[in-house]
Design a protein around this ligand. Structure first.
Ligand code: NDP
Length: 354
């Protein structure tokens, strides 16, 4: 009961926040109709507000998030149930809006429910696909914090690996929200419909699975000498830089083909495929950088268990497969130009190896 109320309150207040808080107005990528959807981006405001409330709560009201660890499994069940309900509503909502003619020839219930029926569904004027990143990522931040609270309450201090784990995730999330508009040019927003796969991924998979290393840090103590922690910190920062700056370079180029990259005007094959910056060194270094970030986060737990490394394994599988699928798509779209790009930027994800 507690978990249900907590989760519904969390989701509901975020939805109201997305509706009524101020946000940045940005246009999405051109749709098939050539029109562009207008988005109100409230993620940064929600992220800052949540952090602000946590600070006030901790300083003046002795707020603790450690209860989230004892409610972890009930919350997990509620989040799964909400994902099923939301996906079901989206599915039936789509069919209620159809005429018998437009329904004909549509794919099976299972496929429709799993992959979704609508590209950009919205409720009360809120785009659900963009909104779902907030309970997902800010939810992840709260679950992460709960491990720090638990450790502090048990041992009276935070271990260095726990601090690093918290700082790594927080910077990752803050850098996401700093350029939230970048999400508007990603595959998920442009191409994926909003069905159970994305709903569950946002509401369940990201907060409950990506935080998994936190469980291992609570009782682990000081598992690494300081020099190793510096090494992990360097690995993290380097990969975060590659990941975020590669994405930013492509985003800048797509919005302004004459944008400067690494101090010079962007160079592109046929005016379409960027070969400056990271994109001239490897074709998917943004993926490699993100995998490196997840690896650094897992490394904070040492090598006592392989379980904290599962998000890294999962991300490798997802992104290696996605890179393969995306390159096939790009070859079909750009033809000879893509082949010329592959010759110029020879490696896909790991320079000199792959
Ligand atoms: P990309 O950012 O790799 O975008 C791929 C598209 O970019 C291509 O289809 C093509 O689209 C365009 N493109 C490719 N090469 C070039 C080039 N050289 N010049 C110009 N355009 C090019 O893919 P995603 O949207 O999949 O991923 C975005 C980020 O999200 C990644 O950093 C990834 O790591 C991250 N991600 C994270 C996940 C997680 O769970 N943590 C899950 C999934 C993604 P076009 O047809 O428009 O030219």
């Amino acid at each position: 009961m507690h978990a249900t109320l907590l989760y519904i309150g969390f989701l509901g207040s975020f939805f109201l926040g997305a509706k009524f808080l101020p946000g940045f107005i940005r246009l999405g990528q051109p749709l098939k109709t050539s029109s562009r959807k207008s988005y109100k981006l409230t993620g940064l405001v929600l992220f800052l507000l949540t952090n602000g409330l946590l600070i006030v709560g901790a300083l003046f009201f002795k707020l603790s998030l450690s209860a989230l660890t004892s409610l972890f499994w009930p919350l997990f069940v509620v989040a799964n149930t909400v994902s099923l309900i939301v996906s079901g509503i989206l599915y039936f909502q789509f069919y209620c809006e159809q005429t018998p003619e437009t329904q004909r020839g549509k794919n099976s219930f299972v496929a429709g429910f799993w992959f979704g029926k609508e590209l950009n569904p919205s409720w009360a004027g809120i785009d659900l696909k963009m909104f779902a990143y907030q309970p997902s990522l800010i939810g992840l931040m709260l679950v992460n914090f709960s491990f720090a609270y638990l450790q502090f309450e048990k041992y009276g201090e935070l271990s260095r690996p726990m601090l690093l784990f918290q700082v790594f995730w927080w910077i990752y999330l803050a850098s996401h929200y700093y350029r939230e508009d970048f999400m508007l040019s990603t595959w998920d927003i442009i191409s994926e419909k909003f069905g159970f796969m994305l709903v569950w991924g946002d509401l369940v998979f990201v907060p409950f699975f990506y935080s998994i290393a936190g469980w291992y840090l609570v009782d682990a103590g000081e598992i690494w000498p300081v020099q190793v922690l510096w090494g992990i910190g360097f690995l993290y920062l380097f990969n975060l830089w590659v990941f975020r700056s590669a994405n930013l370079q492509k985003f800048k180029f797509k919005t302004d083909p004459h944008a400067h990259i690494w101090g010079s005007p962007a160079q592109a094959l046929g005016g379409k495929l960027l070969v400056s910056g990271w994109w001239g060194i490897g074709r998917k270094l943004n993926y490699t950088g993100e995998i490196g970030v997840y690896l650094a986060i897992a490394l904070t737990t040492g090598f006592s268990s392989f379980i904290p490394y599962l998000p890294v394994v999962w991300l490798c599988a997802l992104l290696f497969h996605r890179a393969y699928r995306d390159e096939k798509r790009c070859e079909e779209k750009y033809g000879e130009l893509w082949l010329a790009y592959c010759k110029k930027s020879r490696f896909r994800m790991v320079p000199f190896i792959y």
